[in-house]
Design a protein around this ligand. Structure first.
Ligand SMILES: Nc1nc2c(ncn2[C@@H]2O[C@H](COP(=O)(O)OP(=O)(O)O)[C@@H](O)[C@H]2O)c(=O)[nH]1
Ligand SMILES: [Mg+2]
Length: 373
């Protein structure tokens, strides 16, 4: 009997990984399974961690490096969840990472035969399908587009997500394009938000199948270039009401709108901009995943209190220094009569060249320790 089962859910920034993790954790818990989750980022201060905590999930954060470049930290996080009783571990890698079949799944299968590894599912956002397959123009940096393509190419299971936004013909069209480009690959359709299609996908995972079977030949120079094109910002802002209490939701939205305007002015494609505001044990979230789209909020009710914490994560195609200036100005802009910001923690960076701990060149090959060739 395996110690636990690992389900890794990949996909580009904003493709819906955390939303699916939440859905999956809830469904598995209802089936009586003990679930642990792992999120990953280049720096601490993650909206996803706070969101999963907010849903009552047991969550570990691997921060400061992606799973593939710090395999030990990933394995330790898995082990510590197993130690806490997790039967199923759900993990979400950084949305700009690829080559995970070679750097995570194959090493894990080789080094931890006690862990059953589920087929690697990769989520695809509808707006990315044609761009990734070279069927439409893209504002994305060519290196970032390359990452998106590699992520899709290495999946064991592809899931077209956000089907609630698509008409039936659009769905059929995009799924057909993915199937045509990756013959023989399972391509499913889900809405991580509404839950549509998730049971079908879970049944497919339960049926088993190989994990990390599609090792692709990733060019690490292009991969590094694609990641370096993105500015990366994690900020934690402490907000205080200037009076006895304030509604913190409007200033958080105003900050998002200011950011959106600034990214438009810079013509900077957005990977993902997430804000989470917490006060008195309650949360409100706001997301932007497309420069031409709008800011998405699920709950717009007031969030009243004397104090709040605002977590901001932004991955935007612009130099990190400019991203920091833009974000500081947007945060400064929400200080006014109702709210002040007594403290802000900023981490702003350009992702370093990926140097994986392991890189297996073929399924089942062993002893291939070391960085990229
Ligand atoms: N309409 C729609 N939006 C979704 C769906 N799944 C995720 N989203 C939204 O896409 C944004 C990014 O989702 P998230 O799970 O954070 O993506 P991640 O960056 O891949 O973890 C959020 O605004 C989500 O609410 C979906 O199935 N339908
Ligand atoms: Mg996420």
């Amino acid at each position: 009997m395996p110690a636990a089962r690992l389900i890794l859910i990949g996909g580009f920034l904003g493709s819906g990984k955390t939303t699916l993790l939440q859905q999956l954790a809830r469904r598995l818990s209802l089936r009586g399974r003990t679930v642990g989750t792992i999120v990953n980022d280049q720096a601490p201060g993650l909206v996803d961690t706070a969101l999963l905590h907010g849903c009552g999930c047991c969550v570990k954060e691997v921060a400061g490096s992606c799973f593939c470049c710090d395999f030990r930290a990933f394995e330790e996080a898995v082990q510590s969840l197993i130690g806490l009783g997790a039967e199923i571990v759900l993990a979400e890698p950084v949305g700009s990472c690829t080559d995970l079949a070679a750097t995570i799944l194959q090493p894990l299968k080789d080094l931890r035969p006690d862990i059953e590894v589920a087929p690697f599912t990769v989520l695809v956002s509808p707006e990315h399908v044609r761009e990734a397959l070279g069927e439409s123009e893209s504002e994305m940096h060519p290196g970032t587009l390359y990452i998106l393509r590699m992520q899709i190419a290495e999946a064991d299971r592809l899931l077209l997500n956000k089907i609630d936004l698509l008409s039936a013909p659009e769905r059929a069209d995009l799924t057909g394009l993915l199937r045509g480009s990756f013959p023989g690959r399972e391509v499913g359709e889900i809405s991580a938000r509404s839950g549509d299609g998730i049971d079908v996908w879970m049944a497919d995972l339960d049926a088993g199948g190989d994990a990390g079977a599609h090792i692709v030949e990733v060019n690490y120079d292009r991969y590094a270039e694609g990641e370096a094109a993105l500015g990366w910002l994690n900020a934690i802002v402490r907000l205080e009401a200037t009076g006895p209490e304030a509604d913190f939701f409007p200033p958080a939205m105003e900050m998002m709108e200011r950011l959106h305007r600034a990214f438009r002015e810079h013509g900077a494609p957005v990977g993902h901009v997430k804000a989470l505001i917490e006060s008195g044990g309650e949360q409100r979230a706001a997301n932007l995943t497309d420069l031409d789209g709008g800011i998405v909020t699920m709950d717009q009710t007031p969030l009243r209190g004397a104090r709040a914490t605002l977590i901001l994560n932004a991955r935007v195609q612009m130099p990190a220094g400019i991203l920091e200036t833009v974000a500081r100005s947007a945060i400064h802009g929400i200080c006014g009569r109702a709210v002040r910001t007594p403290a802000t923690e900023f981490r702003c960076l350009t992702p370093a060249r990926p140097e994986p701990t392991y890189r297996y060149r073929a399924p089942g090959s062993s002893g291939c320790a070391g960085g990229p060739q």
